[in-house]
Design a protein around this ligand. Structure first.
Ligand SMILES: *[C@@H]1O[C@H](CO)[C@@H](O)[C@H](O)[C@H]1NC(C)=O
Ligand SMILES: *[C@@H]1O[C@H](CO)[C@@H](O)[C@H](O)[C@H]1NC(C)=O
Length: 340
């Protein structure tokens, strides 16, 4: 841009506009470091692989000491899970929660940049749902006693199936069971300024609804036209439609001020219906390019999202589950991806 000697208001406005077009915050894209495999590189190499690919956010499903150790000083922001098997104990015993936080979090702070603790993964519709809120409260108290409650947000990660109604997006609603379990959790999140973590998989929506979604381009962010018109909003991709259904559902339980973080999303490269390297590359690259734009209901509201997953994992169930990785265990990319 050529601004000549006369500093005109128009020129300043143009310059400001150009500056504002560049995102200044953290890249809102992370990658899930799943470890259900017996052939993965050591955590220290994994952390290097994150860094060399400019991946600034990580989800880790278990406080693996080697991984936490390797993350020290890395500046990678961490979403750490409290595994489901610990929920009951941590819900019933504040001192166990305090010990958990001391050993698995405080011991590494501030060398490791913990960002969120996900108390349970996809348990909102089952027997363990009852433990989630009390465990969140106990973990929160434990963090508070070290003064960390504002820096490390306590949440839980839910399955996309918490929505009983996704269409049209403006009518999005939680299923009755999920709603009952989520209402108090959402109140907790509101009170503490924490986001709800949601695993969002247009892949599964697509393969199970091919009678309605006749063109895969809607799932891959490649449709060149509006596929769903919902009142004032036009949808060209399934991801936005799902996110807006979720915002609508949250509005119905008084949670319109709760932010959503996509704690998993991705596309498999082999082993199942529509699982090809080309589709996986297309989906994940387009997801990376898309999330800063927001959705029709929340335009410009960047969505932080974590791609599932870093590696193909050979100890997951055979078939499509083993092929979600961006990398093979030997650290070679399954397909090229640009994190910017
Ligand atoms: C650290 O986390 C792991 C996984 O949840 C758990 O098994 C372990 O007991 C925790 N440490 C403490 C001292 O609670
Ligand atoms: C699917 O969508 C793509 C992109 O919008 C378009 O080019 C293609 O023709 C569509 N295919 C069919 C069968 O409608």
């Amino acid at each position: 841009m050529a601004c000549q000697s006369i500093v005109s208001m128009a020129c300043i406005a143009l310059l400001l506009g150009a500056l504002m077009a560049f995102p200044t915050s953290v890249q809102p894209i992370g990658v899930c470091y799943g470890t259900l495999a017996n052939n993965l590189p050591p955590s220290s190499e994994v952390v290097e692989l994150y860094k060399s690919n400019n991946i600034e956010l990580m989800r880790l499903y278990y406080p693996i000491p080697d991984a936490l150790q390797a993350l020290r000083g890395s500046n990678i922001k961490l979403l750490l899970d409290v595994p489901n098997e610990d929920l009951q104990l941590l819900a019933s015993d504040p001192s166990a929660a305090s010990y958990w936080v001391q050993t698995n979090v405080t011991a590494y702070w501030p060398d490791v940049s913990f960002r969120y603790i996900a108390v349970g993964n996809e348990v909102m519709r089952g027997d363990k749902a009852q433990y989630v809120l009390p465990a969140m409260q106990n973990i929160y108290s434990a963090l508070s006693s070290g003064g960390l409650q504002d820096q490390i947000k306590v949440s839980t990660s839910v399955s996309q199936e918490v929505l009983g109604l996704t269409f049209p997006p403006s009518h999005g609603d939680f299923s009755p069971v999920a709603k009952q379990n989520l209402e108090p959790v959402v109140q907790f999140l509101l009170k503490n300024g924490a986001p709800l973590l949601v695993n969002v998989y247009p892949y599964f929506v697509y393969i199970y609804n091919k009678q309605d979604i006749t063109n895969i381009s809607y799932a891959l962010f490649t449709s060149s036209w509006t596929v769903v018109k919902d009142g004032q909003y036009s949808y060209q991709n399934l991801f936005d439609a799902y996110m807006d259904a979720l915002y609508s559902a949250l509005e119905q339980i008084g949670g319109s001020a709760v932010e959503i973080v996509v704690s998993e999303s991705g596309w498999p490269s082999a082993g199942g219906d529509s699982a090809t390297i080309g589709n996986a590359q297309t989906y994940n690259q387009n997801l990376i390019n898309h999330v800063s734009k927001g959705t029709p209901k929340r335009p410009g509201k960047a969505i932080e999202a974590y791609i599932f997953a870093m590696f193909n994992e050979n100890q997951k169930p055979a078939g499509v589950e083993q092929h979600w990785g961006l990398f093979y265990p030997n650290e070679q990319p399954v397909y090229p991806i640009q994190f910017h």
